[in-house]
Design a protein around this ligand. Structure first.
Ligand SMILES: *Cc1c(COP(=O)(O)O)cnc(C)c1O
Length: 365
């Protein structure tokens, strides 16, 4: 069988070393003689793991001591509801910066719980981040929400916006732990784990303590950050296995050299693909403005800026035959999307790029 290279956008590739560890620990966790899957969430074993995973998050991101690290069920979209449920009560209104599908979904969910101000003009063509000077921020907003990396459109923030004291809330589902960030610039950071740091089912939430204690009365307890923090993320049975895998992935990042190393690799991998696109005289077309191009998800078209259906299908077919899989673009935007998360190696990206070169040479006039 041909070796598989998984460029899927999520659930995405996990590091091979982590699979080896999971295999070893699956039926006998930490010498207990039983699997973590059948261990009580109130046991010393789990309490220890719960602390260890929080600790590695704190070390990697240098999380200041006035921030809580929480694990919640319900994935990324669970937090689309949890964010307004926990934060919108202060003024009843929130700012949403919509730069792609995910932030659009987050804004839509928030409308159920309060007033949403769209900071940018509405569009369905997301190809960059409009200059901050054009943003219509509401000084009365309870918070400003951004998505730091739009997984579908491939639009990534390369800066942290100044929100003039209004708490900044960021969905980092698809670029969490891909580079160092200054956590103190954010009120809340959250993300589902299954893109870059683990598997589906758990959301990692990092929240500044002064933003607790203001949840709406209707907020379900399991989404209430204050109650979750008080219970050290063990209010009910947490998605323990997903939290465990996230912990093992984060320890792997640490062993590999931490977030600076991940950032260096992400730049290297994404540059290889963008360079190939640039060198193809328009055969490959990347729609996103250069300063907002994602280092995690690279969408592109083949044949023209609108894409050529026949060529794109053929590209995907040839890719699969070479073991290069899950490259189909999201159904909303079409085309091709290569995701180059932490677990994807430079060698794998080189294999993809050499296929892109070969396909280009065969099909460009
Ligand atoms: C995948 C994704 C989500 C949704 O995550 P789920 O865990 O499936 O709810 C939210 N935001 C971004 C940026 C994503 O990439």
């Amino acid at each position: 069988m041909v070796k598989i290279h998984n460029f899927g956008a999520g659930p995405a590739k996990l590091p091979e070393e982590v699979y080896e560890i999971i295999k070893d620990e699956l039926t006998n966790f930490g010498g207990t003689g039983i699997s973590l899957l059948e261990t009580s969430h109130r046991s010393q074993t789990y309490l220890k793991l719960n602390t260890e995973v929080q600790d590695v998050v704190r070390r990697l991101l240098n999380v200041p001591s006035n921030y809580k690290i929480l694990f919640l069920a319900g994935g990324g979209q669970g937090q689309f509801a949890a964010v307004p449920l926990n934060l919108i009560s202060r003024t009843g209104t929130a700012d949403y910066v919509v730069t792609g599908t995910w932030s659009e979904k987050a804004a839509k969910e928030a409308k159920k719980y309060g007033k949403v101000n769209l900071v940018l003009p509405t569009t369905d063509r997301h190809t960059g981040i409009p200059d901050v000077s054009t943003w219509k921020l509401d000084p009365n907003a309870s918070y400003v929400h951004i998505c730091t990396n739009e997984t579908v459109h491939g639009v990534e923030f390369d800066f942290i916006p100044d929100t003039k004291g209004v708490p900044l809330v960021a969905d980092m589902s698809s670029n969490f732990m891909s580079k160092k960030i200054d956590v103190s610039k954010f009120g809340v950071i959250y993300g589902g784990a299954q893109k870059n740091i683990g598997t589906a089912g758990v959301a990692l939430v990092i929240v500044r303590e002064d933003l607790l204690n203001q949840a709406l009365p209707i907020c379900p307890s399991i989404f209430d950050w204050t109650i979750t923090a008080k219970n050290d993320s063990i209010l009910n049975t947490p998605p323990m296995f997903a939290i465990y895998i996230m912990g093992r992935v984060l320890e792997w990042i640490e062993r590999k050299g931490g977030l600076d190393k991940m950032a260096e690799m992400a730049t290297k991998k994404s540059s290889l693909v963008y360079k190939m696109i640039e060198e193809s005289n328009g055969f490959y077309y990347a729609p996103v403005a250069k300063n907002s191009r994602s280092k995690m998800n690279i969408p592109f078209r083949i044949g023209s800026s609108e894409g050529n259906d026949v060529l794109e299908k053929e590209f995907l077919k040839g890719a699969e035959a070479r073991g290069l899989i899950q490259l189909k673009g999201h159904r909303m935007v079409g085309g091709i999307r290569a995701s180059t998360y932490n677990a994807v190696t430079v060698e794998e990206v080189e294999t993809l790029v050499s296929y892109m070169r070969e396909f280009y040479q065969q099909h460009s006039k």
